[in-house]
Design a protein around this ligand. Structure first.
Ligand code: 5CA
Ligand code: ZN
Length: 414
C-alpha cells in the first residue's frame, strides 16, 4: 500500500543517548538499542479506516514518531511497519450503515489519514501494509499454527487455542477475569458455544452472507484481526523485533494474541522485545472513540486553518503513556507558544544552545519524555527573549542548533 511522503529530518552534530522505553510486559524500563549496524525494527498498529483520524490516533502515531526520531538521533537505522485494517467488522458495519462500498470507504479514509500524518510531520512507515493484500500471509500463518495443533474449527470459523502458547498472558500481565471482560468489550466472543476456552480467538471467519470473502484452504472467508498484525509483523520484521507499539486499548486482547500466534509458530522467539503503549486521549469525559462519537478530527482542525505544528505541540505537552483530555484551550496555548518560539529563533543569537539540545535529546531517549523536552525549549525561549529578566544572546549561533534539534527530535518545523 502507498505510504506518504517523508518530511526532511536534519542530521544533528551530537549523538543522542540510547533509547529507554517502558515495557508493558515486564513493567520495567528497557534499553532498546540494536547492536552493530542492525536496524531498530518497529511495528505500530495502524488505523481501521472507517472514519477520519482523531486526536487520539494522532497522539499515538506522534508518540511512535518520537521513537523513530530518538533512534535515528542515537545513530540507528529504523525499519518501521504499520498496517491498515482495511477489512474488519467495524469497517463493514459502517459501510453498510452509510451505504458506501467498503473498499471505497477504506480507501477514502486511508487517504485522509496519509494527509493528516504528512501535515503533522509524522515519518512514514517503510512498509505500509493492508490487511486485504496480506491475506496470503495470514493463511500461511494459520496453516503453521494448524500444523502444531493450535487451531480448531467451530462451524465454518477457525479458532486459535490460547493455551498453545505457554507464555499466554505475559504481554498484558492481566488476570483471567480482566482478560474475559476486555475480550468481550474489544471484539472477542467469550460466550460462543463450541469454544474450548472462552478466550480463544477467531483466526479465520468463514464466509457470511453480504460480507466479502476470499478463497483459502479452510474454505472461503476472511482473516481475524490478530492474525493480520501477527503475520504482517513477522513477515516484514522477522521474529523478536524491537518494539510493538499501539494505544493501550490494544494491550489485551490484540497484542497478547499477536504475541501468542507468533510464539506458537516460532517457539522460543518472542514476538517483540518490548511492548510500548500510548495512553488514551479523551474528550468530554470519555476516551475519544469512533464508537462513542466524541471525536475531534485532525482534518477538521486543519480545515479551520489551525497550524498542524500547533496540534503537534499540544500533543507533545502530554507524556505519551498518560491518559489525558483534549481541550481547545491547550490548542490555543500551543498556537501562542509556537509564535513565541518562532520569535526567539528569528533572533539568530540566543541563550546557549548546547545544554538545551542535550536536554531535548536526553528527555526523548528517556521513555519519549516530550513534555520534559518541550519544557527545556520553553526555558531557552524565555531566556533568549528575556521574559524572566535580561535577554540572553550570548550564543551567536544558538537559533540554528535549537531549530535543528526541535525539528529532528520533536518533529516540529518552526
Ligand atoms: N486497526 C486497529 C489496530 S491493528 C485499530 O485499533 N485501529 S483504530 O483505528 O481503532 O486505532 C488506531 C490506533 O490509534 C491504535 O493504535 C489505537 O490504539 C489508537 N487509538 C485509538 N483511540 C485512541 C485514543 N482515544 N487515544 C489514543 N490512541 C488511540
Ligand atoms: Zn494491530
Amino acid at each position: 500500500m502507498r505510504s506518504w511522503s517523508a518530511p526532511e529530518v536534519p542530521t544533528l552534530s551530537v549523538t543522542a543517548p540510547p533509547v529507554v522505553l517502558h515495557d508493558t510486559a515486564s513493567g520495567a524500563p528497557v534499553t532498546v538499542s540494536p547492536s552493530g549496524d542492525r536496524p531498530a525494527r518497529l511495528y505500530v498498529c495502524g488505523i481501521t479506516p472507517y472514519d477520519a483520524t482523531h486526536l487520539g490516533h494522532a497522539a499515538t502515531y506522534v508518540a511512535f514518531d518520537l521513537l523513530q526520531r530518538a533512534w535515528r538521533n542515537a545513530g540507528h537505522r529504523v525499519v518501521y511497519v504499520q498496517n491498515v485494517t482495511d477489512v474488519d467488522d467495524p469497517l463493514l458495519e459502517r459501510a453498510t450503515k452509510v451505504k458506501v462500498d467498503w473498499v471505497e470507504l477504506a480507501e477514502r479514509e486511508t487517504e485522509l489519514f496519509r494527509q493528516d500524518m504528512q501535515a503533522l510531520r509524522v515519518l512514514p512507515p517503510d512498509h505500509y501494509i493492508g490487511a486485504v493484500e496480506s491475506i496470503p500471509l495470514a493463511v500461511e500463518m494459520i496453516e503453521a499454527l494448524d500444523a502444531v495443533g493450535a487451531i480448531y474449527r467451530v462451524e465454518t470459523d477457525l479458532y486459535y487455542a490460547v493455551n498453545a502458547d505457554p507464555a499466554f498472558g505475559r504481554e498484558s500481565g492481566y488476570d483471567r477475569e480482566t482478560m474475559l471482560r476486555l475480550f468481550g468489550e474489544r471484539g472477542g466472543d467469550p460466550d460462543r458455544p463450541g469454544k474450548q476456552d472462552p478466550l480463544d480467538c477467531v483466526v479465520w471467519r468463514g464466509e457470511r452472507e453480504g460480507e466479502p470473502s476470499w478463497p483459502s484452504p479452510f474454505g472461503p472467508g476472511r482473516p481475524g484481526w490478530h492474525i493480520e498484525c501477527a503475520a504482517i509483523a513477522r513477515h516484514h520484521l522477522g521474529g523478536g523485533f524491537e518494539v510493538q507499539g499501539g494505544g493501550s486499548d490494544l494491550v489485551f486482547p490484540h497484542h497478547e494474541m499477536c504475541a501468542g500466534h507468533a510464539q506458537v509458530v516460532a517457539p522460543g522467539v518472542p514476538f517483540a522485545q518490548v511492548y510500548s503503549h500510548a495512553g488514551m486521549v479523551g474528550y468530554d469525559g470519555e476516551k475519544m472513540s469512533k464508537s462513542k462519537g466524541n471525536l475531534v478530527f485532525v482534518s477538521a482542525l486543519r480545515n479551520s486553518d489551525i497550524d498542524p505544528m500547533a496540534i503537534r505541540l499540544a500533543l507533545l505537552r502530554h507524556h505519551f503513556r498518560s491518559d489525558w483530555e483534549w481541550t481547545d484551550a491547550e490548542l490555543f496555548d500551543a498556537v501562542d507558544d509556537l509564535a513565541r518560539w518562532r520569535k526567539a529563533l528569528a533572533l539568530g543569537a540566543g541563550a546557549p544552545a548546547a545544554p538545551v539540545v542535550e536536554e531535548v535529546l536526553a528527555a526523548l531517549a528517556d521513555d519519549l519524555d516530550a513534555p520534559r523536552a518541550v519544557a527545556a525549549v520553553d526555558a531557552w525561549v524565555a531566556a533568549t527573549l528575556g521574559t524572566d529578566g535580561l535577554a540572553d544572546t550570548s550564543d551567536p549561533d544558538a537559533a540554528g542548533a535549537v531549530h535543528a534539534a526541535v525539528d529532528a527530535a520533536l518533529g516540529l518545523s518552526l
